[in-house]
Ligand binder design. Sequence first.
Ligand code: SF4
Length: 744
Amino acid sequence: MRNTTIPTHCPYCALQCGMNLTPVDGGSVAVSERADFPVNRGALCGKGRTAPQVLAPGARLTSPLVRAADGALVPAGWDEALDRIAGNLERTRAEYGADALGVFGGGGLTNEKAYALGKFARVVLGTSQIDYNGRFCMSSAAAAGTRAFGLDRGLPFPLEDVPRTGCVILVGSNPAETMPPSLRYFTELRDNGGTLIVVDPRRTRTAELADLHLAPRPGTDLALALGMLHLVVAEGRVDEAYVEERTSGWEEARAAAMAHWPEHVERITGVSVPELREAVRLFCAPEAAMVLTARGPEQQAKGTDTVGAWINLCLATGRAGRPRSGYGCLTGQGNGQGGREHGQKADQLPGYRRLTDPAARRHVAEVWGVDPDSLPGPGRSAYELLDALGTDVRSLLVMGSNPVVSAPRAAHVEGRLRSLDFLAVCDVVLSETAELADVVLPVTQWAEETGTTTNLEGRVLLRRRAITPPDGVRGDLEVLHGLAGRLGVEKGFPVDPEEVFEELRRASAGGPADYSGIDYRRLAREDGVFWPCPAPPADDGTPPRPGTPAPPADDGTPPRPGTPAPPADDETTARPGTPPRPADQETAPHPGTPRLFLDRFATDDGRARFVPVAHRPSAEEPDDAYPVLLTTGRVVAQYQSGAQTRRVAELNAAAPGPFVQLHPRLAARLGAAEGDPLAVVSRRGRAVAPARITPGIRPDTVFMPFHWPGEGRANTLTNPALDPVSRMPEFKVCAVRVEVVRGA
Ligand code: SF4
């Protein structure tokens, strides 16, 4: 046993809490507090503390599995498993063409894996059909952020700014359960005299802490934001100078908001006009304020416009691109931010470049050593890809995702997966999706591998290997290397994550998410670097590429145009009187960019864009047959599809299964008592779970957490209606009927 403590990060959510690992007898690790990491300052939730339990041989896969003639999954050697995958992919491609091959990635994959997976799909398989489960996570916020600001980075400022602002509106976010250590930022905000407004149809643990809790009908927070903007205009609270100087498109957005009278908004949302007025007063009173969204407004078929409405509110009041102010998205998955930047998304190339941009294609193709014209175009979005399985897409490789539990209309998706000619899954555990596979590859986990992630603040972090993986387990990068070689591509898929990261740096250079100034040594030293972080120019004094941001000042404020570059540190400062050589100034490493947009937005003209939006009904509204609204979400003791956390005894004891949360009035109407089995039925299927009765939910709404498979699977019910811009499904609202299951 080594007596070493290794600093690293939690394998689960986007907070990426710092923790220390100490190898212990039996090949596992002990988790201890790492108080010096600024994001969580040592605090961990139960998921992080118990993460080592998934490393145990009994909890995880330790041998490849292949489907035998009798239909059973049986252990096999790595060569046999990889040969079988490569052979089936070749056969599908020969028979149906490259686009009959699908790849489905995950927001938990490290940056290196996400990068290599996108390259593998486009260079080795030649398919356009790659997307990932992050599409289900925050794609609406990403689309709205890009539309308004020219660039999406979940939070354009560090979390440490939250307690320093005057008011935060948390929209459809419940950090008390999804990322508990982050709650201190909101309690500190209130301790400092700031106010917290929570918008959520449920009185969540986070809403309990709020100064004001607004509980709109699910699917109506777009109207809520418009109603607030209407009042901002009517009460003369628009920051006219800011709007004039830093934005475009205000008149159209203003007209759209003025069409949403507060009384009309009250009828749509159920939030009263006095509550709306109070929210506007609290938001506009302080000098600085923020709006933070999460899955509530984002997982809707109008998610992009809903987030856009909240961004418009920020812009009209001068609360974006200013110190301690702004709009941000609290991304969910462990590498939800980095996972969307490096090319596993259907429409993007590494560096957050658009796949349809000829210059981006040329740049990435050059790094990859291929002809730009050989790169496929954009493919189907995640749900559309899953819906095409067995028809247009005949064989699928899944890496780090469990769509049988996490996809909308999950029974249908499960059927599509079963109809495939061939399915291969790389995972840590035998997930519900892996159970359907023809070949399952057991892969290494967080504590057994090195790699980078990018947390919800855009802070690039280094996860370190602490222990040796068990025999029989290989890394995802080794899988891609092995498959690429078998499919005739011998080079370009190294198994060393640092080597992959070095290539990723080059591929991202000059792009919106520029990592070229970041390397492993720096990450180890600095405990995280915020992108964009361009590499210094070459020693010959070649100026930075166009679009490369100048290094910000110490407080993160970027220099204004025309401001001389700050002096280099002591070792490189030129002697007085010596004219500075450009190279002297420019070879200092870029410090990273904790705060974006303080001087200009990332649009062509530097202005943020208002986009006029209007309320529209959800894709499915209640009717006589399905009179109740269903919304879905998370509980503190489980993570996403639960594939890992359902294998941890302590977490299962805390959250043993699904439930249906409902209001006492609805329960009385149904004749339901606490714990009664309730059947929740939508147009897509039926789920059964015990009743949990609480006044902390709207009487017209039921809530189910989505972490479980089987008869309590919430996603059996959810609606795959897609947002037209982001292609996000409408997880957060659909129409259901609820019945007590008698005699169960
Ligand atoms: Fe891990 Fe998230 Fe819990 Fe932190 S809050 S310990 S990152 S699951």
